[in-house]
Design a protein around this ligand. Structure first.
Ligand code: 0WE
Length: 271
C-alpha cells in the first residue's frame, strides 16, 4: 500500500484475452483507470489500439505506454466530432483486419463549474456538453464498433461509471446526471446489440486519484472516508479495476450484459 488512501495490489492475470483485438479510450497518463485496464488486458494477451483526444494529448499517451506496451497503434478520437469518429474507426478496422472484440469507453467531461455548488444552477450549455461527452459518446462509439464486432462474431463493450449516478455525492452534481444516463445507456445498448452477441457493461469504480479527480475539492478527504467506510477498509487499485474489466472482456463473463458492476471495496452496500 502506498499510503492510507491509495492502493497497489499484484494480481496474476492468465492469458484469457489471447488474440483479442481491443480499443481503449481514455488513457491520459499512468494514473488513468484506462491505463490500469490496458496493463491488465496486455498481460492477458490482448492486442490493443489506444485512442487519444487530440495531438496535444498524444505525447502523454506515448510516454505512458513507453517501456510497457511498445509499438501499439495510436488513433486520434474526439468523441464530440462525428468525422473524428468515422476516421478513428476506419483506422481501427484497417489495423485489426475489419474486426474488433473489445471496446473500452473511459471518458467523461463536465465543465468545472458544474462540479461545485448546486446542480440546480447548471446551465443548459454545460448540461449539453456533459451529456454529449460523457453519455452520448458511448452510443456513438458502440454504433461504430458494431459492424467490426459483428465480423468478429460478437464483442464486449465496457464503460466506467461512478456511484454518483445512483446516490447524491457532494459536488459530483452534473456528472451524476450524466452517469445515470450512461448507466441507462448501457442497458439500452445491451438490449440493442445482444442479437449480435455484443455485450455492454459498466464498472462503477470507487474513487481513484486520477487526473479526472485532480483539483476536485477535498478529494483526499473523500478517499480517506471511502477507505474507512468500505467493508474492505481500503480503496480500490487500478489493478483490481483492470482485473474486473479483463473479466468482462473475456468469455468468462459471456452470460453478463447490461450490468453495472461495483468495484469499490464494497462501499456502495453500506447504509
Ligand atoms: O467521473 C469522475 C470525474 C469526471 C470529470 C472530472 C472533471 C475534472 C475537470 C468530469 N469532468 C471534469 N471536468 C473538469 O473540468 N469521477 C468519478 C471522479 C470524481 O469527480 C468528482 C468526484 C469523483 C469521485 C467530482 C466531485 C465529487 C466527487
Amino acid at each position: 500500500m502506498n499510503n492510507a488512501t491509495e492502493e497497489s495490489t499484484i494480481i496474476e492475470i492468465p492469458p484469457i484475452l489471447k488474440g483479442k483485438k481491443v480499443l481503449i479510450s481514455g488513457v491520459a497518463n499512468k494514473r488513468s483507470i484506462a491505463w490500469g485496464i490496458a496493463q491488465a488486458m496486455h498481460q492477458a494477451g490482448a492486442e490493443i489500439i489506444f485512442s487519444y483526444q487530440n495531438e496535444r494529448l498524444k505525447g502523454e499517451v506515448e510516454k505512458t505506454l513507453a517501456g510497457t506496451i511498445e509499438n501499439a497503434t495510436l488513433v486520434e478520437l474526439d468523441v464530440s466530432n462525428d468525422d473524428s469518429l468515422d476516421a478513428a474507426f476506419e483506422t481501427v478496422a484497417t489495423e485489426f483486419g475489419g474486426q474488433l472484440d473489445v471496446m473500452l469507453h473511459c471518458l467523461a467531461f463536465a465543465p468545472r463549474e458544474t462540479l461545485q455548488g448546486g446542480y440546480v444552477d447548471t446551465l443548459r450549455d454545460h448540461y449539453s456538453i456533459a451529456q454529449d461527452i460523457s453519455s452520448y459518446s458511448l452510443a456513438a462509439m458502440a454504433r461504430k464498433a458494431r459492424p467490426l464486432m459483428q465480423k468478429a462474431g460478437g464483442g464486449s463493450i465496457i464503460s466506467l461509471s461512478y456511484l454518483g449516478a445512483e446516490k447524491v455525492i457532494k459536488n459530483y452534481n452534473m456528472m451524476g446526471i450524466a452517469k445515470a444516463a450512461l448507466e441507462a445507456g448501457v442497458r439500452y445498448l445491451a438490449a440493442d446489440l445482444g442479437l449480435d452477441n455484443i455485450r455492454v457493461n459498466a464498472i462503477s469504480a470507487g474513487p481513484v486519484k486520477t487526473l479526472a479527480g485532480r483539483g476536485i475539492s477535498d478529494f483526499t478527504t473523500m478517499l480517506k472516508h471511502h477507505a474507512e467506510t468500505a467493508p474492505l477498509k481500503r480503496n480500490v487499485s487500478l489493478e483490481e479495476i483492470g482485473g474486473t474489466a479483463t473479466f468482462l472482456a473475456s468469455s468468462m463473463s459471456n452470460g453478463i450484459t447490461g450490468e453495472v458492476l461495483h468495484v469499490d471495496s464494497g462501499y456502495s452496500i453500506m447504509g
